[in-house]
Ligand binder design. Structure first.
Ligand SMILES: Cc1cc2nc3c(=O)[nH]c(=O)nc-3n(C[C@H](O)[C@H](O)[C@H](O)COP(=O)(O)OP(=O)(O)OC[C@H]3O[C@@H](n4cnc5c(N)ncnc54)[C@H](O)[C@@H]3O)c2cc1C
Length: 454
């Protein structure tokens, strides 16, 4: 019988391997640690959480809680292990990171259909395969992925600009316009007068910033990258007019409230085809999250802004997925080759588990001679897969599961009950999707239960 290779025993690769194995197929799971270490992992555990130990909110009407429910409906394998190794964390699902990693490793090592092979896989093998090598993919494998996808379609650093939910903006102040009135008014513009611009600059320059991590600063590509993608605060420090003549250039943009050009503008461009979220153009930043949020909410029309993502810059290997993947996470030009995890442009622990789950399910579909499936876009997992497969490919940036990615509710639902309505819609859609694939929802279980059930 064919043995399916999965590269990387992180969150995505471990989930994918368990999905394939529990469907009755054999898997060889390649993990380079501890033979080849990464700059962030500290153990040789499968599914090691490298930073925070929280998998996000468990509340039924929060994005984290909704995604958890979706994964459970698809018989997620890692979620019950997380639950049985959880630590008290209020309304969040947080785990004892060491116990969680140990438990996942044990389940994988004991599984009769999974062979865990320690060592770097430097190239993608022929035939069926799942690549889940994460944000710190080894150099050799990254070079092979570049050979497959084209060098322009694999990035090594993130320069993330903040992304905001469209219906949290005050559109009586922020205006849609095309520069010089040429073309469609696709951009939203935050207008600043002279005083507002000066106050914004003072606050920006004084705000607390993250320093580059040692391993990022040591990477020879980092310097080149940061020169090309200057954080907005670095540009601002080069002179008080540099933003006004750079990303905040107001020329040709008539503010309908005054009939004149503002002193400066911040432009926002659609982040997804549905137009539910917008990114702040040219506003990649290393500001810490709290001062960043405070600064952005002090801008005209932004007092109620809800952010899907705040700006940051860090080491991250990820594909230009809209160019190369479809929403089943399959490589467009090679059926049977799937990508999963952070390398696809999904963020967040749970989202990455979800992407491994989907890639695993779809590998099983291929092994059974069936077509891979796409989760409904009304679910957060579906919204994430659509984000990575269908976003505009220019300046594609990773994203985590947020309600802002979901298509609007029809008919519209008022804010106080909107989250609950998203949750109910997602539950119905995901239950039907799982049912069509013949899945039985997961329930909380201990690792011992897991091992006994194999
Ligand atoms: C420093 C840092 C901090 C982070 N903090 C957070 C956080 O707090 N919250 C959050 O949600 N996300 C965080 N992330 C993102 C986090 O990495 C992902 O959410 C999640 O771990 C990604 O899962 P993954 O399976 O895609 O990758 P990983 O969990 O990194 O797993 C990929 C695995 O592939 C292995 N591998 C790589 N190349 C090869 C190869 N050639 N052959 C064999 N094995 C290979 C690696 O050793 C690794 O075990 C952080 C990332 C970094 C780098």
């Amino acid at each position: 019988m064919e043995v399916v290779p999965v590269i990387g025993a992180g969150l995505a690769g471990s989930e994918a391997a368990l999905q394939i194995a529990s469907a009755g197929f054999d898997v060889v799971l390649h993990e380079m640690r501890p033979v080849v270490p990464t700059a962030a992992h500290e153990t040789d555990h499968c599914a090691e959480l490298v930073c925070s130990n929280s998998l996000g909110s468990s509340l039924a009407d929060r994005a984290g809680g909704v995604l958890q429910a979706e994964l459970r409906a698809l018989n997620c394998q890692l979620l019950p292990i997380a639950e049985s190794n959880s630590v008290p964390a209020g309304a969040a699902l947080a785990v004892d990171r060491l116990l969680f990693g140990q438990a996942v490793t044990e389940v994988i090592e004991k599984h009769p259909r999974i062979e865990l092979v320690r060592g770097e896989l430097p190239a993608i093998p022929e035939g069926n395969c799942i690549v889940a090598s994460g944000p710190l993919t080894s150099e050799a494998l990254a070079a092979d992925i570049q050979r497959l996808t084209g060098a322009d379609h694999l990035a090594f650093f993130d320069a993330i600009a903040p992304v905001v939910v469209a219906d949290s903006l005050n559109l009586e102040v922020i205006f849609a316009a095309a520069r010089w009135g040429n073309g469609d008014p696709d951009y939203l513009n935050i207008p600043l007068n002279k005083e507002e611009y000066e106050a914004f600059l003072d606050q920006l320059l004084a705000a607390d910033k993250h320093e580059l991590k040692d391993f990022e600063a040591a990477d020879p590509r980092a310097k080149q990258f940061f020169e090309r993608c200057l954080p907005v605060e670095v540009l601002a420090a080069r002179g008080r007019e540099s933003l006004r003549f750079g990303p905040m250039r107001p020329v040709g943009l008539d503010d309908p409230r005054t009939g004149r050009w503002p002193w400066a503008v911040i432009q926002m461009r659609r982040e997804n085809t549905a137009g539910t979220v917008y990114n702040l153009v040219g506003f990649q930043t290393n500001l810490k999250y709290a001062p960043q949020q405070e600064l952005l909410r002090s801008l005209p029309g932004m007092a109620g802004a809800e952010f899907v993502r705040l700006g940051s810059m860090h080491r991250n290997t990820f594909l230009n997925s809209p160019r190369v993947l479809n929403s089943t996470l399959e490589f467009r030009q090679r059926p049977g080759l799937f990508f999963a995890g952070q390398i696809t442009g999904m963020e967040g622990y749970l989202g990455n588990i979800g992407s491994g789950l989907l890639a695993g399910l779809n590998m099983v579909q291929r092994l059974r001679g069936e077509e891979p499936a796409t989760p409904p876009r009304e679910t957060l997992l579906g919204a994430l897969t659509h984000h990575v497969a269908e976003s505009p490919s220019k300046d594609f940036q990773p994203m985590k599961a947020e309600f802002g990615l979901l298509p609007p509710l029809v008919p519209p639902v008022k804010k106080p009950v909107r989250r609950q309505a998203y949750a109910s819609r997602s539950a119905a859609e995901m239950a039907a999707f799982g049912h069509n694939l013949g899945l039985v929802p997961a329930s909380p279980a201990s690792p011992e239960d897991h091992a006994n059930n194999l």
